[in-house]
Design a protein around this ligand. Structure first.
Ligand code: ADP
Ligand code: MN
Ligand code: MN
Ligand code: MN
Ligand code: MN
Length: 356
């Protein structure tokens, strides 16, 4: 293991991982905490669940995660989605759960609850999302991974989709994460190296409705777990480095049944018109510190105003060239930052498309 903080080495662990589990199943419950991160804890099950309905509710100490006061600290975990566990293998599972207070109301950081309601209300529109998650790797000393001590790599240019020594950083983590996502059943659609060295992107989707948030959160969880083993720290900050270095976003691609059908470009244009009227409201939930990223430089639009265009990576919303050509497909909202809660973003987009 690369990280000295790890108590074991891989060889020692392997011996134990080969022991059979005596019929038991390990279920790692994952939830979103009070600081836009993930937490998890594990429970032994004695029967393989076939759906979330077979899984028990559970709880944790919300005062230790910034989710509840100490004098009323129990937060309930309600299973929402099941994935295969790529770390333990076998019949072991990862359970995405959402959080409820002791009185049964959704926890203040549970944005899945409202999002699921919206997606259910608008389900006839068959809305799909695809999110491009950008992130940055740091080493254990807090330096961007692979960058020279006390200095900088050469300027941006050779790193985007880079190939070759000195042009690509941390590919082993990326490969491991890609495989882990596929194994788990996360709908990962691709991966590429980004413009800033040690910055990467993975795409999840298209996913219908609520599945977008579920799959993206589990993909993030898997990334943090994989990186942990390599001694690498993942940052979802939208502008991890000041200066002439690209920020990190979560471009959110959107389509409805109507947009995907013949002549769907009309519905795409109507949707963009609706989005343009609620720019400020959207920016409010499109990630913290996003003003450091949406400067109008580095392939972004200014945070101050809404813009759109075909094939324009300097606009708030882009219609891909191929979509304009075919007259149907999807649009890309380029404003969301890398640290969004995807439930908030997909929720407000759905609500904007179908109400205003
Ligand atoms: P970019 O050119 O912006 O870098 P990417 O290839 O990285 O594009 O990402 C495209 C994203 O669009 C993927 O996440 C994919 O799942 C998503 N996508 C493709 N088709 C649709 C669609 N019809 N509706 C919603 N999302 C879609
Ligand atoms: Mn305890
Ligand atoms: Mn992309
Ligand atoms: Mn990108
Ligand atoms: Mn994009």
């Amino acid at each position: 293991m690369a990280d000295s903080k790890s108590a074991s080495n891989g060889g020692n662990l392997e011996k134990y991982m080969k022991l059979d589990q005596n019929g038991a199943i390990m279920a790692e419950y994952v939830w979103i905490d009070g600081s836009n991160g993930v937490r998890s804890k594990c429970k032994t099950l004695f029967k393989k669940p076939t759906s979330v309905d077979d899984l028990p509710e559970w709880n944790f100490d919300g005062s230790s995660t910034g989710q509840a006061p100490g004098d009323n600290s129990d937060i309930y975990l309600r299973p929402a989605a099941i994935f295969r566990d790529p770390f333990r293998g076998g019949d072991n599972i990862i359970v995405l759960a959402d959080c409820y207070n002791s009185d049964g109301t959704p926890n203040k950081f549970n944005h899945r609850y409202q999002c699921a309601k919206l997606m259910e209300t608008y389900k006839d529109a068959d809305i799909w999302f695809g999110i491009e998650q950008e992130y940055t790797m740091f080493d254990s000393l807090g330096k961007v991974y692979g960058w020279p001590v006390g200095g900088f790599p050469g300027p941006q240019g050779p790193y985007y989709c880079g190939v070759g020594n000195g042009k690509v950083y941390g590919r082993d983590v990326v490969e491991a994460h890609y495989r882990a996502c596929l194994y788990a059943g996360v709908n990962v659609s691709g991966i590429n190296a980004e413009v800033m060295p040690s910055q990467w992107e993975f795409q999840v989707g298209p996913c219908p409705g609520i599945e977008m948030g579920d799959h993206l959160w589990i993909a993030r969880y898997l990334l943090e777990r994989v990186a942990e083993e390599f001694g690498i720290t993942i940052s979802f900050h939208p502008k991890p480095l000041e200066g002439d270095w690209n920020g990190a976003g979560c471009h959110t691609n959107v389509s409805t049944k109507e947009m995907r059908a013949e002549g769907g470009i009309k519905a795409i244009e109507a949707a963009i018109e609706k989005l343009s009227k609620r720019h400020k409201e959207h920016i409010a939930v499109y990630g913290t510190d996003n003003e450091k990223r949406l400067t109008g430089r580095h392939e972004t639009a200014s945070i101050a105003s809404f813009s759109s265009g075909v094939a324009n990576r300097g606009a708030s919303v882009r219609i891909p060239r191929s979509v304009a050509k075919e007259g149907r497909g999807y649009f890309e909202d380029r404003r969301p930052a890398s640290n969004i809660d995807p439930y908030l973003v997909t929720g407000i987009i759905a609500e904007t498309l179908f109400t205003t």
